[in-house]
Structures are given as C-alpha cells and as structure tokens.
Write a protein that binds this ligand. Structure first.
Ligand SMILES: O=P(O)(O)OC[C@H]1O[C@H](OP(=O)(O)OP(=O)(O)O)[C@H](O)[C@@H]1O
Length: 632
C-alpha cells in the first residue's frame, strides 16, 4: 500500500531432541529436520509468497567448523527455490563423498543445512522493496557462539521510530531503520549485556576464557533478555530466535494478536504460526497442538529442556479475527467451523435481499478463501428451503396430490461455480503496483447457468479496497445478465487501518472510508472531515495512551446499511446493468462465529494497543493533507 516494509508472515521452528543418528535410524535420514521444515513452510505458504528463508544450527561442533547455515530467496516460488538450493548442495556432497552416506557424524561435520535446530520463515511484503536482504531470518553474527542471534518474526510494531530512537539512546548506531533490525539489535544488546555479566561471574569463579563459554551458555537467562528487549515494543508479534550455541525461543505479543502454536514429544519441539502445519507434518491430533499464551515465550535451552514463561503481563486478549476470516489456512478444525458459521449467520440478510425467492437465486463464491463460508451459507439456505417446503406441505395438506408433493420436493438450492480463479495466488498479499492488473486478469466466469430472472448471490471473505470487485468480478458477473447481484462479505466493513500485520495502512484506500466521505458530501455534512482533522492534529504530540480515535466520528452518523449501499454504488460504477446489493457481516455475528479472536480494530476502530490510536490518528492526518506516507 505504500513504501516502507512490514511483515505479515509465517514462522516455523523445529528442535530435534535426539542425536541426528536417531533420525537416520528411525526415518532413514539425518536430514529429517530439514525435510520437516520444508513441509512446515509449504503448509504455511498462504502466509507469504514474496520470500522464504531457512536457518539451521548444529549443536556441539568443534571450533573452526561452520555451525550456522542460512539460505533466503525472493524468487517467484521462494520456498521451492530455497529447498532446491539446499538439496542441490546436499546431493553434490553425497555425489562427491559417497562415504558420507551412512556416516551421520561426517554428514554433520561436512554438509551445511543439517542441524538440530531449524528456523523457517515465509514472507509477505505487501509493498516496498522485495529484495532478498529483507527476507528473514536475520543474522547478527559474532565469534562468540552464544552471541550469534538469528531472528525471524511474524510481526508489525507500531512504534518502530521510537524503538529506533531508544537504540540511539543506548549508544548504538544501527545500520538501518528497518523494524527487524531494530528488534534484533534490541535483543542483541541485552544478549551481549547478559553474556558480559555472566563472563564476569565465570571469571570470579576462577574459570578461564575457554571454560567460561559453556558456563555462559548454560546460565544464559533468555527470559530475562526478552523481558528487557520487549518492554517498549508496541505491536503484534510472534518472534522466533535462535542463539548460536543452541538456545531458542518464540515470544508472542501480550494481546495475542499474532498466532503461535507448539507441539512437543520426545523427538521434537515444534512451533508454527498455524496449527494445521504442525498437525499435518507431524501427524498429530488437534488437541496435542497447543496455543502459546499471549505475553509468553516458549524457551528451549540447548540441553533440550523447554519452558513456557510469562515475559510481559498479558493484555486483554484481542487476537486478530482477520486471521480466521482470511489469512490462516481454512483446514484448521476450528477455523473451518468458524468460517462456515460466518456464512450461516449472514443468511437472514441474504434472504431479505432476495425476497426469500430461493427458486430464482443462484448461490456461489469468489475463490478461494470464501469457499468455506459458502458451505455454511449453503447449509443455512438448505434450512430455509426445508422450512419453505414444510410450510407449503402444511398449507396444502388437504389437497396435496403425489404430483404436487413431488413438485414441492424437487425444489433445490441452486449452487454453481460461477467465478473461477485462474492462478493459485493470493492477490491481497501481492504488492500494490501490480495488484490492479492482476485482479483484472486472474478471474473468469462460467457462462450458461444464470437466468435473467435470477438473483446471483456471491460470497467473498472480505472487501477491503473493493478493487477485486470493481476491477474484475462485478464486470464479469454482469456479463451473465442476472437481475440482481448480491455480494456478501463474510467479514464486516473494514473501516480503519491495520498496523499489526494484516497491512492496511492508508485510510483513503479503504472503500468503506471512501463511502463515508461520499455520504457526507451527499448530505452536506462534509465539514466534519475538517473538524476531525483538527481534532487529530491536536493529538499529535500526546502520549499514545491519551490519544482517542476521532475517526469513529466520521462513521457515526450512518447506519451500516447506508455505508454498504454507498460502497455498492462506488464499486458498481458505470456500465453495470444488474442491480447490485452489498451485504456485510455484523461485528456481533463475527464475534459469535469467532469467539476466541475478538480483535476487531479494522472493523470497530477499537485498537488493542495504545499505538493503534496513534496510527489511525496519523493515517487520518496523512489522508487529509494528501500525504502518501505510511501512518507507522
Ligand atoms: O477488496 P480488495 O482490496 O480487492 O481485497 C479483498 C480480496 O482480496 C482477497 O483475495 P485473495 O486473492 O488475496 O485471496 P483468496 O484466493 O485466498 O481468496 C480476498 O479474498 C478478497 O477477494
């Protein structure tokens, strides 16, 4: 959406708890961890298609031997690209050294990428430069093993500038302002500090420099380092890190905005952004994959012991509902039911829009994410039809003939595959410059199933900027000549920017915001736009906690339906012959469907951290002043 660099990504961490020989013996390869990591990343490719990175650490290597490997790619198919590179190198080693085949110790000593500790990352950068330097994991290198830090995160901080200034106050001179660098340098700073203190202690105990290293590794208090580092972070994050000697961690933000799940048995400890990635790759049931609590870190020491520790006092839980609606894979048992419920709950509004005429209505969806909510919508439509049939039978029971009964029973809900998506790509997470063109070409429609007297009911998971509908879908649906097109959004209206990962940074890009502006113009109340601007300006120098979201005032005079109707007008533009009706989920029903993910700031303007209000305030000022900068 504009020009800095943010991340809505997926992470995967694998720690092998047994010696590599064990995996060779049991699973036929010492590269078991690498293979599992490949699958874990593949199963999370929905979270990022712009870049992928992999890092691994070998435990207990001799000085002079390489123990950290990393490979990153921003190629077109980045996950495949990094594993092609990894496999090519491994195969080359085996071809040149057939003697390594059954010698795991030789493999570990001589072949890169193999290791006991592995970290993977898939990146989605909606905008900005997609250079390989921006792809995680990031590395902070040092000759002391335990000072090496490798970071990969699914995160967005609202206060990167403040964090950067705090680093300067610590006397640093960071080489970049990028949020990952800022976060990594912060952890790095406290890691260095902890190492220094432990070295002093070791010295006091009479250890020489060489003896001090294992002492430091053993006593390093990762929780304490994270506590100090994260104290001033404001944002949503699941941050994974490896330390060169073999400790590792994943830290989740105190409001639980970004997701993190883990699983442990006697062979592995695994962490991922999504539960099904773990379930499928390790073939474990739902209940055995646990969610990492907000504000907590999962810390694995080099010796394989694992601890869950509170790092920051948890805030009110406000996990991102957009994860459930769109971002996560719908194969998660809970998410699948939640998406179906979203489709179900919106049915009463649909029935009203089609005047209960199930006979002359075709139900369909915009691929791919909305498919699951379509099934829920269908179940509810089926219930309605059954109700209509029952009523007809009861009304006519005195005069019912077998023919008439058969006629009533023959009535079916009409479902068709109307919209077709020609590429398996997520357009929303494609950078802005190429998106309009992409959405215009990516969809196609099925001809010959819609009649002129039909309502065409089509569900999408969300309408953000409205470009998918305006530039592509509506024009194509109109070529089928239905009487009415009812576009249903399984998500409520997106009215406010998001600054915690699902990147929607510019207010004026949101079609709901544009609709509110138009409504004020229509009603002669446009002066409120300037009033809100002044209120926002007054807040610029305030502390985050005191800032109020004045943008709510822009929407306050209108009902949801008035805004929906105006959006329908905006996206249908000129040239659409069918009547276009737009239906959005209500926020209450969203919460009913997704009770564990109550984070709804993009719909309600109620931000989960203080930084959110600063961001919406800034976004509004930027809009008003025509400033194309990002709000955070
Ligand atoms: O209103 P807009 O700003 O145009 O964005 C909303 C659209 O973007 C997403 O599609 P995407 O292609 O990313 O994913 P999908 O195939 O998983 O549905 C989403 O499903 C909507 O269709």
């Amino acid at each position: 959406m504009s020009d800095a660099l943010k991340h809505e990504c997926g992470i995967a961490l694998v720690r092998l708890l047994k010696p590599l020989e064990y995996y060779k013996e049991k699973y036929g390869t010492a590269f078991y961890g690498v293979n599992k990591m490949y699958l874990m990343m593949e199963k999370q490719h929905n979270r990022g298609q712009d870049g992928a990175g992999f890092a691994s650490i070998k435990l207990d290597v001799s000085p002079g031997e390489r123990y950290i490997s990393r490979v990153r790619s921003n190629a077109a198919q980045p996950i495949q690209d990094i594993f092609a590179q990894i496999n090519e190198r491994i195969n080359l080693e085996f071809t040149n050294h057939p003697e390594y085949k059954d010698d795991v110790a030789a493999q570990k000593k001589n072949i890169p990428y193999i290791g006991e500790l592995l970290l993977g990352h898939v990146r989605y950068g909606t905008f900005g430069i997609n250079s390989v330097e921006n792809v995680h994991p990031f590395l902070r290198q040092n000759n002391w093993m335990h000072r090496n830090l490798i970071i990969a995160g699914n995160f967005n901080m609202t206060n990167t500038n403040e964090l950067f200034d705090n680093l300067i106050k610590l006397g640093m001179h960071p080489k970049e302002k990028a949020d990952t660098v800022t976060v990594m340098e912060k952890i790095g700073h406290f890691l260095d500090d902890a190492v220094r203190k432990l070295y002093k202690k070791a010295k006091a105990k009479g250890f020489n420099k060489q003896e001090a290293s294992p002492y430091i590794a053993e006593h390093l208090n990762v929780a304490k380092i994270l506590r100090k580092s994260a104290a001033d972070w404001d944002g949503g994050y699941a941050m994974a890190g490896l330390l060169g000697h073999g400790d590792s961690f994943v830290l989740r933000d105190p409001a639980g905005i970004r997701p993190a799940y883990y699983y442990q048995d006697d062979e592995v400890i695994v962490v991922a952004s999504e539960r099904p990635a773990i379930q499928t790759v390790f073939n474990v049931p739902f209940e055995e994959v646990k969610e990492l609590d907000p504000g907590h870190a999962l810390i694995i020491k080099k010796d394989g012991s694992m601890k869950l520790t509170e790092i920051l006092a948890p805030l009110e839980r406000r996990s991102c509902s957009f994860e459930r609606i769109y971002f996560s894979r719908g194969s998660d048992a809970e998410i699948y039911q939640e998406r179906k419920m979203l489709g179900r709950l919106i049915m009463p509004k649909i029935l009203k829009a089609i005047n209960f005429d199930t006979e002359n209505s075709v139900f369909s969806f915009i691929p791919n994410t909305a498919e699951t909510s379509f099934y829920g919508m269908l179940e509810a439509a089926q219930d309605e039809l059954n109700k209509q049939k029952n009523e007809a039978i009861l009304n006519e029971k005195e005069r019912l003939t077998p023919e008439r009964l058969q006629q009533i029973q023959a009535h079916k809900i009409r479902t068709e595959k109307i919209a077709i998506k020609d590429v398996k790509l997520r357009t929303f997470i494609t950078d802005d410059s190429s998106r309009d063109d992409l959405v215009a070409h990516v969809y196609d429609v099925t001809y010959g199933v819609v009649r002129p007297e039909d309502n065409l009911v089509i569900i999408d998971d969300s309408i953000v900027r409205g470009t998918t509908l305006k530039k592509s879908i509506l024009k194509m649906l109109d070529r089928l000549h239905p009487k009415q097109i009812v576009v249903v959004s399984s998500a409520p209206q997106i009215r406010y920017p998001d600054c915690y990962g699902i990147d929607m940074a510019r207010l004026e890009h949101l079609v709901a915001f544009q609709a509110a502006l138009e409504l004020h113009k229509d009603r002669g109340t446009y002066s409120i736009v300037e009033e809100i601007y002044h209120k926002c300006k007054e807040q610029v120098a305030m502390e985050d906690v005191s800032v109020i979201n004045h943008v709510k005032k822009l929407y306050a005079p209108f009902t949801d339906e008035e805004i929906s109707d105006k959006i329908a007008e905006i996206i249908s533009g000129e040239g659409i012959e069918a009547k276009v009706k737009l239906i959005f989920q209500s926020v209450d029903d969203l919460h009913k469907a997704c009770p564990k993910n109550l984070g709804d700031w993009y719909f309600t303007g109620n931000y989960p951290t203080a930084g959110g209000n600063r961001v919406v305030n800034r976004a509004y000022i930027n809009f008003y002043e025509g400033n194309p900068e990002r709000a955070y």
